[in-house]
Design a binder for this molecule. Structure first.
Ligand SMILES: Cc1cc2nc3c(=O)[nH]c(=O)nc-3n(C[C@H](O)[C@H](O)[C@H](O)COP(=O)(O)OP(=O)(O)OC[C@H]3O[C@@H](n4cnc5c(N)ncnc54)[C@H](O)[C@@H]3O)c2cc1C
Length: 495
């Protein structure tokens, strides 16, 4: 690690790297310090099971990357990163070989929902058509009123509610389950607000931009970001956990891609007690237990369209998923889990040797649970794809406790780096006009524990970096992060 950097970023997740990219594009020399052996945080790809099987260790589906204003400017395509779109963005299988399936067309999706087709069109249509406005407003610091639009009015009406309230207008199992499965990404009881907002945003993006996987694996995204930082003269140092702010080399600005709990540890007694108290009260959500599989062939979903889906939501009806999520929130392991599954091989054949497949799955568990939920996840897969077990060549599981051990931002296994209650969506991590600024001069927070929250969109990092550029370097104009201004190496072959 050489000295003499203008800015230091601790943590190399998509937000840490977006901060580093933004500072590099402003002409600053940036050092990124990452504790893990590889850069990328929640956007990494590894051979977790068998040689030749490349698994997304964390994020796998990328509607938010495609919708992100940061990534649009950074221009992943020009940097050699490509996204592969499954024909079905997400499917929600039900007993008896039925499934709700979301494809790019709102109209086709609505037609498949029978009696609820018209209600689906009315609910999701305006959001999908105005998805650019919606993404611009939601993927922001949430500090300024957005430019009004029909999509935002509709999102304001429904998005701040619970999905239980919004699904009340639907009558079919399919439509109700579809809404439940998308909203359960919020990792909260389905009776809690704003679960409808999380589900509707993700569903609108499924129509507007798709839910693609990154060809070669999610790491190709963060590899391109790290490559741009290095090409600009910066450095990405891995395998070095930072335990105190006092240990950092001198720099004018420090951006921390860490959760509030990590910041409290790094700052020690330096923080004013009021701010430290607010950070200590920040609430973390449920945990996840993740399982990755090497398979001898495609999963035999009973429903034909489900076989072509990139992502699947398992757990059955709205009521079953509501029961499961309520148990998790109450600190109990559910009798039947809600599981998210991604089958990258339907769109990206590079993930496994010819004819073979990888499968990615996780389920929600109470925060800090040490339970290995492999059997519960497999019970849900078998329910909708009998014979699945015969295909398993190898599996790799990671409990909620292990998630946090690998990445301290995932407190108790909470991959959202903080609960997404209405309060914590806005006041994230605490009530402040500028949430990225901390009371310590020159020190900024840039992780998913700041607005706009979790997902691979890079906006927390970009917005924190823009604050630091203004405060410390007097740079008020957002720098051009595009490939002309900030060229970078293409991801390595095979990524
Ligand atoms: C299992 C799983 C599935 C997910 N699925 C999706 C998905 O499909 N789509 C999607 O958009 N999002 C998904 N996410 C969420 C997404 O990955 C995160 O929201 C995103 O990565 C957050 O980015 P970040 O930069 O804030 O933090 P992270 O990506 O968590 O990165 C933080 C980095 O900081 C490092 N770090 C922390 N403390 C220190 C320290 N003291 N010293 C040095 N380094 C430190 C960590 O090692 C880590 O590399 C998923 C996450 C997980 C875990």
């Amino acid at each position: 690690m050489s000295a003499d950097h203008d800015a230091i970023v601790v943590g190399s997740g998509p937000n840490g790297l977006a901060a580093a990219v933004t500072m590099s594009a402003a002409g600053l020399r940036v050092l990124v310090i990452e504790g893990a052996a590889a850069a990328g945080g929640g956007c990494r790809t590894e051979e977790l099971t068998l040689p030749g099987y490349r698994h997304d260790a964390c994020s796998a589906a990328h509607p938010l990357a495609l919708a992100s204003p940061f990534f649009r400017r950074f221009d992943l395509a020009a940097r050699g990163v490509s996204f592969a779109h499954p024909e079905v963005a997400f499917a929600h299988p039900l007993d008896g070989g039925r499934a709700a399936c979301v494809t790019r067309s709102v109209s086709d999706t609505a037609d498949r929902l029978g009696a609820d087709g018209a209600a689906y069109r009315r609910l999701v249509g305006p959001l999908a058509r105005g998805a650019d406005d919606l993404a611009g407003a939601v993927l922001s610091s949430l500090r300024r009123p957005p430019v009004p639009s029909r999509a935002l009015t509709s999102f304001g009406l429904h998005g701040l509610r619970s999905v239980e309230a919004v699904a009340g207008r639907m009558r079919t199992d399919e439509a109700r389950a579809l809404l439940a499965g998308a909203a359960a990404h919020a990792m909260m009881p389905l009776s809690a607000a704003p679960t409808a907002g999380v589900g509707l945003l993700l569903t609108a993006l499924a129509h507007a931009v798709g839910w693609p996987v990154a060809v070669g694996g999610s790491a190709s995204i963060t590899d391109a970001m790290a490559g741009a930082v290095v090409a600009a003269g910066g450095e990405v140092a891995t395998g070095q956990w930072v335990t105190s702010l006092d240990d950092l080399p001198p720099a004018r600005a420090v951006l921390l891609d860490v959760a509030p709990r990590g910041f409290l540890r790094l700052a020690g007694s330096r923080l004013p007690s009021r701010y430290a108290g607010a950070l200590a009260r920040f609430r973390y959500g449920a945990g996840v237990c993740k399982v990755d599989y090497a398979l001898s062939g495609p999963v035999p979903w009973q429903n034909n369209m489900a076989r072509r889906a990139g992502t699947l939501h398992l757990g059955g009806t709205f009521e079953e998923i509501a029961t499961s999520e309520a148990a998790v929130a109450a600190g109990r392991l559910p009798d039947a889990v809600y599981a998210l599954v991604v089958q990258p091989g339907v769109a990206d054949p590079t993930r496994a040797p010819s004819g073979r497949q990888t499968l990615w799955a996780y389920c929600h568990v109470p925060a800090g649970s040490p339970a290995d939920m492999t059997a519960s996840i497999e019970a849900q897969i078998e329910r909708f794809a009998p014979g699945f077990g015969d295909l398993v060549l190898a599996r790799h599981s990671r409990t909620a406790v292990e998630e946090e051990a690998i990445n301290p931002n995932y407190v108790g296994g909470d991959i959202g780096a903080g609960m997404q209650t209405v309060r914590q969506v806005v006041a994230r991590p605490t009530v402040r006009w500028n949430p990225y600024r901390t009371p310590l001069p020159g020190i900024y927070l840039c992780s998913a524990s700041t607005p706009p929250g979790p997902g691979v969109h890079g906006r927390c990092g970009e917005l924190a970096a823009l604050t630091a550029l203004r405060d410390i370097f007097g740079i008020r104009q957002p720098p051009d992060v595009g490939p002309d201004r900030l060229p970078g190496k293409s991801p390595a072959p095979g990524h």
